[in-house]
Ligand binder design. Structure first.
Ligand SMILES: CN1c2c(nc(N)[nH]c2=O)NC[C@@H]1CNc1ccc(C(=O)N[C@@H](CCC(=O)N[C@@H](CCC(=O)N[C@@H](CCC(=O)O)C(=O)O)C(=O)O)C(=O)O)cc1
Ligand SMILES: N[C@@H](CCS)C(=O)O
Ligand SMILES: [Zn+2]
Length: 765
């Protein structure tokens, strides 16, 4: 019999219970025990839910208080010394690794001041993980039995789960070596693998029938050294005695499939949503006992699975190896999609029928499994309904809007190019903006206070009027503008108080998108987003930001930066269509933004920032596919911004990435100023900065942490930057927007940043 499996379930909870409980713990409103109880209840709910939908193999240890990779750092004792010296509880040590900690000495306990670990994107998704840090001094040992405890917790509730571990090769590949270390992380594999064996033995003792071991890096281009390490690593892991299902996802395995041949694992999992060719590749290397887990229900998008096509794929696997050896699975963890469609009653029924969220994906897995086990007739109604939904979507008029397609057909190469080269137009901008050396600015958002969120919530629910909400937003903008003037920033922002989210807000203003009320997806830690869904051709019916930016400019003599989200970020942080190329969707969004940019310019806004933080994460996982992506991504940005006058200054912003990979693309955007996250990545940008041809503002402080760097730290960072960036090209700014910060630390951060900038100006005048 074929079995169904989920590789990981969203942990945040139907109503973001985990977010609320963790944040309540951080603010001292609930105890550690209360937090643990909430987490336990959620885990139990989620196991039951998956079982109730009919899933055979449900995961455990997919739960995390902050991030599953950080859980592994913690489990295997890859905890940098800086988190251990304060004698914090294990839970607080863990959270300090995730979000840093800064607190004064209290009750005889010493003051704590420690930044968080580096946060990076999980492959090409909008989820972020905390990069493990290792060194030759790291003493791997079993520091936590979380995986075993959660397995036993489920067992106690009579639910047999399959524990999930991130594989040791992936863990070390994603890790970085501490500065003092002379060892490459991957060289630590033998030491780390020995501890994995210990953990696997414990899981087997506890009763685990099989263990899911995730090696997603197999979808990347890998060096021979990394590929060669699989054989010895998995031969050692076999000593743990667990039946291992080695899990790959997010892309084609291509030649990497060869390293899986002959590995002592019970089975392998491949993603056939992203890469249908993985099926044949996997079938070609399995031995005559190994299981094939077919990842056919997408863990990355919200579209209903095409049952007819999926059944054909599964039947092919069954024909090749027999039904006892086939598992029908989600393509990856379904962490990346919202919890459930229940309650999304605002969605038009004719569109809602196109979607499946996490709970519905579980039901899809059960239906597909039944279809192949008991024959299509056993689920005839479901198959017919699914086919009718697909047909209705294909025939919907919103998927092909003539006016949008005509406009796309009329795009010319000239529309992508500014009239004058950077050097000349920057001189004109300097003349008009009159900015000092090392101009200071922020990335756009200021603290989204409880009051802002609650007021917006009232407006959305209709308990305050549009006029009252507008007046509230104007007051917020006024306060933020006055604050920036007082503190001495040079290029101001309006603070983005009217925006629920930098992508959702724009989606809501454009045609072609739909929205959820509760479709939250974890982005990092307790932070969630509600990605809009692109269902049809996209266009912009009217101005989206002009009212707020023009108002903000009208109340100050300093330059006000208009703030937009750029095409690729709108596309990537939404759920894109799967029936149209992403390049086409990016161009549609770009045309809408082009109109907005020109309207802002007309309204007297002389500096316009188009944030493109998702540019790096959009890079395909394989280098061979990069140039095609970079080409349309860069064109989309240039189409959005290329129509402005010479003295209108275009900014862009990037965060959370390894920029070395996209440096040429960033240069290709032809923006006048870019701000780039830098503070947490050990200033690793420095090596490429001197090659950048326009102005650049490497971020000076980490906005994810409440920790306030002292003036000296800011000054050291500026001094280091002055050595790499020409003095007339360096801008000073934070890493990213300040929306997640409170006002006290925002004020202190910016004050310190400005004091340090003034010191640097005096020294470099
Ligand atoms: C820059 N980043 C972003 C990414 N993706 C996006 N789509 N958007 C981004 O900004 N990816 C990379 C990074 C990830 N960083 C972040 C940073 C911050 C958040 C965040 O703060 N998320 C908020 C939710 C934001 C939001 O949608 N707010 C709405 C609804 C607020 C709300 O919860 N309202 C309550 C009622 C009010 C109350 O009592 O507080 C409710 O609905 O119950 C709004 O402001 O209107 C978060 O809270 O997690 C995300 C990613
Ligand atoms: N303008 C946005 C960019 C975040 S990446 C902000 O400031 O929040
Ligand atoms: Zn950012």
């Amino acid at each position: 019999m074929v079995q169904s499996a989920v590789l990981g379930f969203p942990r945040i909870g139907k109503n973001r219970e985990l977010k609320k409980a963790t944040e309540a713990y951080w603010s001292g409103k609930i105890s550690a025990e209360e937090l643990q109880t909430s987490a336990k209840n959620l885990r139990l709910d989620h196991w039951k839910l998956q079982k109730d939908q009919g899933v055979d193999i449900v995961p455990s240890n997919d739960f995390s208080f902050y991030d599953q990779i950080m859980d592994h750092s913690f489990t295997f004792n890859a905890i940098p010394e800086r988190y251990l010296k304060y004698d914090l509880s294990p839970l607080d040590t863990y959270f300090a690794m995730g979000r840093g900690m800064q607190r004064p000495a209290i009750d005889g306990k010493p003051a704590v001041d420690v930044p968080s670990q580096e946060m990076v994107k999980w492959f090409d998704s909008n989820y972020h993980f905390l990069r493990p840090e290792v060194s030759d001094k790291t003493e791997f040992k079993l520091n936590s039995t979380k995986a075993v405890d959660e397995f036993l917790e489920a067992k106690q509730a009579n639910i047999q789960t399959r524990p999930v571990l991130v594989g040791p090769v992936t863990f070390l590949y994603l890790a970085k070596a501490t500065k003092e270390s002379s060892v490459k992380p991957i060289e630590l594999l033998p030491k780390l693998t020995a501890v994995y064996v210990e953990l696997l033995k414990k899981l087997v003792e506890a009763g685990a029938e099989s263990v899911q071991i995730d090696e997603p890096i197999l979808a990347l281009d890998l060096s021979k050294e990394v590929l060669d390490s699989y054989k010895s690593t998995y031969e050692t892991l076999a000593q743990g005695g667990a039946k291992l299902i080695l899990t790959t996802y997010f892309g084609p395995l291509k030649d990497n499939i060869e390293v899986l041949k002959g590995l002592p694992v019970a089975g392998i999992h491949v993603d056939v949503c992203r890469a249908p060719e993985n099926l044949d590749a996997a079938l070609s290397i399995l031995d005559d006992k190994q299981i094939l887990s077919v990842g056919i229900v997408s863990g990355r998008n919200i579209w209903k699975t095409d049952f007819q096509k999926a059944v054909a794929v599964i039947e092919k696997a069954i024909a090749a190896i027999g039904s006892e050896r086939v598992i029908v699975a989600s393509s990856s963890s379904i962490l990346h999609i919202p919890h459930s469609l229940t309650g999304e009653d605002q969605l038009k029924p004719e569109i809602k029928r196109w979607f499946a969220f996490a709970v519905e994906k579980c039901a899809e897995l059960a239906i597909l499994t039944k279809a192949v086990n008991e024959g299509p007739a056993s689920v005839r109604e479901e198959l017919e309904a699914n086919a009718a939904d697909a047909k209705a979507r294909a025939e919907s008029p919103i998927t092909n809007v003539k006016a949008v397609r005509d406009r796309q057909a009329a795009v010319t190469p000239e529309m992508h190019t500014r009239a004058t080269p950077f050097e000349k137009r920057y001189a004109l901008q300097q003349e008009s903006l009159k900015l000092p050396q090392f101009p200071t600015t922020t990335i756009g958002s200021f603290p989204q206070t409880k009051e802002i969120r609650v007021t917006r919530n009232k407006y959305v629910k209709g308990s305050i009027s549009a006029e009252e909400y507008d007046a509230f937003i104007r007051k917020e903008i006024t306060d933020v503008v006055k604050f920036q003037e007082n503190i001495g920033l040079d290029v101001l922002v309006h603070g983005e108080p009217e925006r629920n989210d930098m992508v959702q807000y724009f989606g809501e203003k454009m045609e072609g998108f739909v929205f959820t009320v509760n479709g939250w997806v974890q982005s990092y830690g307790s932070r969630c987003v509600r990605p809009p869904i692109i269902v049809g051709d996209v266009s912009r019916p009217g101005p989206m930001t002009v009212k707020e930016s023009a108002f903000a400019q009208s109340i100050t003599s300093k330059p006000m930066k208009g703030m937009l989200t750029a095409p690729i970020t709108i596309l990537r942080w939404s759920f894109p269509r799967d029936d149209v190329e992403e390049s086409v969707q990016a161009q549609q969004i770009a045309l809408g933004l082009r109109d907005e940019v020109l309207d802002l310019e007309k309204a007297g806004v002389r500096v316009i920032q188009c944030d493109e933080p998702a540019l790096r994460e959009g890079l395909p996982l394989r280098r061979a596919d990069w140039s095609q992506y970079v080409d349309y991504a860069v064109k989309a940005f240039r189409l959005a911004t290329g129509g402005v006058k010479d003295d209108t200054q275009i900014h862009s912003h990037f965060c959370y990435s390894d920029f070395n990979d996209i440096f040429d693309a960033i240069q290709g955007l032809d923006a006048d100023v870019v701000s780039i996250e830098n503070s947490k990545s050990d200033m690793k940008l420095m090596s490429v900065l001197s090659n950048y041809k326009s102005c650049i503002g490497p971020g000076l402080f980490d906005i994810h942490s409440p920790r306030v760097p002292p003036v000296e730290e800011f000054k050291e960072r500026i001094d280091a930057l002055v050595k790499s960036v020409p003095k007339d090209r360096l801008w000073i700014n934070p890493d990213c927007g300040l929306k997640t910060r409170g006002w006290p630390e925002t004020t202190a951060d910016l004050e310190n940043m400005i004091v340090a900038t003034r010191m640097a100006r005096n020294e470099n005048a």
